[in-house]
Design a protein around this ligand. Structure first.
Ligand code: SF4
Length: 550
């Protein structure tokens, strides 16, 4: 009989390691909560990196499972409500109804209202999509209070009933949690306490972006993090492999940091000349709320330009580690063959024209079909011919920072282009029919009100050439980056909200664009980024077939 999380039998608590460290039974978990729309990026890559180190980890996306569990468990309370939620889930997974704006929005609202009602009951910031109700997730930044709020909630019930019942907790030697946000961090700490209380014998590891941000405070707070056996403050699969080997040698430590990274491939543990063996959970079709899966994929770490003063990918802060493009295309082809995935988010910080051109060469040579989006920079080399070629090869959207329409500010940012260059590129994109999402930084230090007005004027002239614009408040989101102190915080620049309000005063803009948080997007498209990408991919496919027919 399966053991539940609350009552693992005592015999299983004795730690007996297998004869070879690579035979350790390792499980990787994405804890609640992440958006349940697409496979998480970190888990498959972490698992693939561990496989290259000789381990065979199992992956469990507890986050998506939690949402699906919530939607299904209601049937014991109300079949009518269960039917409504099931219909909504079915619409979001339906190949036609998903693309009917009314059906789509109704389905999303149904699920979100239900999730928020549960959030109210549990006093936890559950939400389907973080941008939907900002006030609901504000409190999620405090992982300490989140941990104490989790007792007696449905999240706890999920862990006891679902995790305890369905996962073979007694068989794992190592259980690792990857936390990218505060809620995931809190969930991991909460789960760890429950597992230890139940006597689960596995060595518990906690890492991820949220852990790096929490840093030593988290380590020192034994009440909170005492159930974790090893905390990873820096590093990923490389450190996890090391922990497994240390565990086998009887020398696993409580804290691992950057100086523990010792790997032979390159500085970042990022193989550049061979594809990752990416394996997704078998129940992939039942986990996510989209008709097609979008998978995030990297062609490089860091940025080939790497000079912008506000950016975490500035070379002072981060190396540039490019992979061979053929390796990227190998991975895409393998995901397509194994799981039918044809939508890819190339999540490099800067998929520059050289890489884009090599990518098109490779896709054309192999005659592959895929839809993809990427982030690049203002480059003169993004010519209409290259942009058209990218479009023909499935590029559905390009994300490119405008940041400001003032040469003085662009110089301070060390963006390496002028307003004239940005304008030329926007026109090139229009000519090539390439959808553009752009970013604007609001209130950059020393910015004057007149300079903000210049940017607004530029946007009024060009917004019809943009699919969407994201306005980013400098103070709120960027001030902690490398050069923040160099410019101070004095600014007369407008906030994101004021810039958006100002643009929407114009009737022609208001009739075609709608704001959602700091995002201004063409009407008729979803605000969920992965869903927006699927809408645009469908348009790309239809243009491709029209082009082929002409
Ligand atoms: S802002 Fe973009 S182009 Fe500039 S360094 Fe960062 S990733 Fe590179």
């Amino acid at each position: 009989m399966e053991q539940t999380i609350a009552s693992v039998y005592s015999g299983s608590r004795k730690f007996e390691l297998p004869p070879d460290s690579s035979n350790l039974s390792v499980a990787l978990f994405a804890p609640p909560l992440l958006e349940p729309f697409q496979p998480s990026l970190s888990l498959p890559y972490l698992a693939a990196q561990l496989r290259t180190g000789g381990f065979s980890p199992a992956c469990h996306n507890l986050s998506s499972l939690f949402y699906i569990w919530l939607f299904r468990r209601i049937r014991m309370q109300s079949m009518a409500q269960y039917a409504a939620l099931s219909d909504a889930v079915a619409v979001l997974r339906h190949r036609t109804r998903f693309y009917e704006p009314e059906s789509y929005h109704t389905a999303l609202e149904t699920l979100e209202h239900f999730t928020l009602a549960v959030a109210q009951r549990d006093h936890l910031p559950y939400t389907l999509y973080p941008e939907s109700h900002p006030s609901v997730i504000v409190s999620s930044a405090d992982y300490r209070s989140l941990v104490s709020a989790m007792r007696g909630t449905l999240l706890e019930r999920f862990l006891e009933d679902y995790v305890g019942f369905t996962l073979r907790l007694e068989s794992y030697d190592v259980m690792a949690f990857s936390a990218t946000n505060a809620f995931q961090l809190a969930s991991s700490l909460f789960i760890a306490h429950a597992l230890k209380r139940a006597g689960v014998r596995a060595h518990l590891v906690l890492g991820g972006h949220a852990v790096s941000l929490a840093g030593r405070d988290l380590v020192d707070d034994r009440d909170l993090s005492g159930a974790i056996d090893s905390i990873v403050l820096e590093g990923g699969a490389d450190i996890l492999s090391k922990i497994c080997r240390d565990l086998y040698a009887g020398a696993a430590r409580r804290v691992y940091a950057g100086n523990d990274i010792q790997i032979g491939v390159d500085d970042k543990g990022f193989p550049t000349d061979k594809p990752y063996d990416l394996v997704l959970q078998r129940d992939i079709d039942d986990l996510y709320l989209s008709p097609d899966q979008t998978f995030s994929i990297y062609s490089a770490l860091g940025c080939s330009y790497g000079a912008c003063t506000f950016c975490g990918s500035n070379r002072e802060n981060a190396d540039y580690v490019p992979r061979q493009i053929s390796v990227l295309v190998d991975e895409m082809a393998s995901l397509n063959r194994k799981y039918g995935i044809a939508h890819f988010n190339i999540c490099d910080n800067n998929f520059d024209p050289t890489r884009a051109s090599f990518f098109c060469d490779e896709v054309e040579r192999r005659n592959e079909t895929a839809y993809w989006q990427c982030t690049s920079r203002v480059y003169k080399a993004l010519t209409p011919a290259l942009l058209r070629r990218m479009r023909q090869n499935g590029c559905a959207l390009m994300n490119i920072g405008l940041e400001s329409a003032n040469d003085r500010i662009l110089r301070l940012m060390r963006k390496g282009y002028t307003v004239a260059h940005a304008e030329e590129m926007i026109l090139n994109m229009e000519q090539a029919g390439m959808p553009l999402h752009t970013y604007v930084i609001c209130g950059f230090p020393t910015e004057t009100a007149a300079e903000t007005e210049n940017t607004l004027e530029f946007l009024r002239r060009h917004i019809h050439r943009c699919h969407s614009i994201y306005f980013q408040d400098y103070e709120a989101q960027l001030a902690t980056k490398v050069f923040a102190d160099a410019f101070g915080m004095e600014t007369e620049g407008y906030t994101a909200a004021r810039m958006i309000d100002s643009l929407l005063l114009e009737a022609s803009i208001q009739s075609k664009y709608v704001a959602h948080g700091n995002l201004l997007r063409r009407k008729g498209y979803p605000f969920i980024e992965d869903h927006n990408f699927l809408y645009l991919s469908r348009e790309t496919a239809s243009r491709q077939s029209q082009g082929a027919a002409a």
